[in-house]
Design a protein around this ligand. Structure first.
Ligand SMILES: [Zn+2]
Length: 239
């Protein structure tokens, strides 16, 4: 009897880590699928827009979210509310491995799961938004360059530390006051995903519609390619 119990205990000890790893892998795959769908919804929005730019680079008077004048505060959920017609459900805005957040179930403003409700908003979003995506800076002014956005990060897992915390300084040409900022010139050595969401990396959706699991060691290169100006700053909305 004791031998049987010992064998079962040994088998369990061998199988449990494999099971945990399989579950983590399943969550990572689900996250990739979420990002594909959100990315597709954004592209549908862009194609319907006359400006052919992401909503954060289209003026409010043209149906986007960029203020016609002045600045707005950084708010990722606000951008995702704009694609409510293209996105099936706001549940896709949540990475299944992100235990800190809880999903919104609709795009309304009710306390009962509405993404627009203050209880949800960024609390229901796992993914950062790159305000630089789809733009280039020429002679100091931002120009929509959607076709050039292929290699730029558009959105992805947000568990990395930015160099300038939101609210700490600077404005973005998308009309956002003091967004989170990653410095790419010089690139800081400590830019890396934590292990909080996925192990040793994170998922990122790019301008060409692809979603790639990005290792921490590759995050710096991705941010350099996302920088719209070469001025060394990538502005992000971190939920
Ligand atoms: Zn994820």
């Amino acid at each position: 009897m004791l031998v049987v119990i010992a064998i079962i205990a040994i088998l369990a000890a061998l199988l449990l880590p494999a099971l945990a790893e399989a579950k983590a892998h399943a969550r990572q795959v689900q996250c990739t699928s979420n990002l594909r769908q959100v990315s597709l919804a954004l592209r549908m929005w862009v194609e319907a827009s006359e400006i052919s730019a992401f909503p954060w680079r289209v003026r409010v008077s043209d149906g986007g979210t960029q203020p016609d004048s002045g600045l707005k505060s950084a708010n990722a959920a606000h951008e995702f509310l704009t694609i409510s017609n293209e996105l099936d459900t706001p549940k896709l805005l949540l990475c299944p491995a992100d235990r800190k957040k809880r999903a919104a179930s609709n795009f309304g403003s009710s306390i009962d799961g509405g993404l627009a409700n203050p209880a949800f908003r960024d609390n229901a979003v796992s993914y950062f938004i790159s305000l630089d995506a789809g733009t280039r800076i020429y002679n100091g002014s931002a120009v929509v360059a959607f076709a050039e956005a292929q290699n730029q990060a558009v959105l992805g897992d947000d568990d990395f530390r930015v160099d300038v915390q939101p609210g700490s300084g600077g404005t973005c040409s998308a009309g956002v006051n003091v967004p989170a900022t990653v410095l790419t010139q010089p690139l800081t050595g400590n830019l890396a995903f934590t292990n909080r969401i996925h192990k040793s990396g994170g998922n990122i959706a790019f301008g060409d519609g692809s979603v790639r699991f990005t290792r921490s060691s590759d995050l710096g290169r991705v941010m350099i390619e996302t920088d719209d100006s070469g001025n060394g700053r990538v502005h992000l909305l971190m939920p």
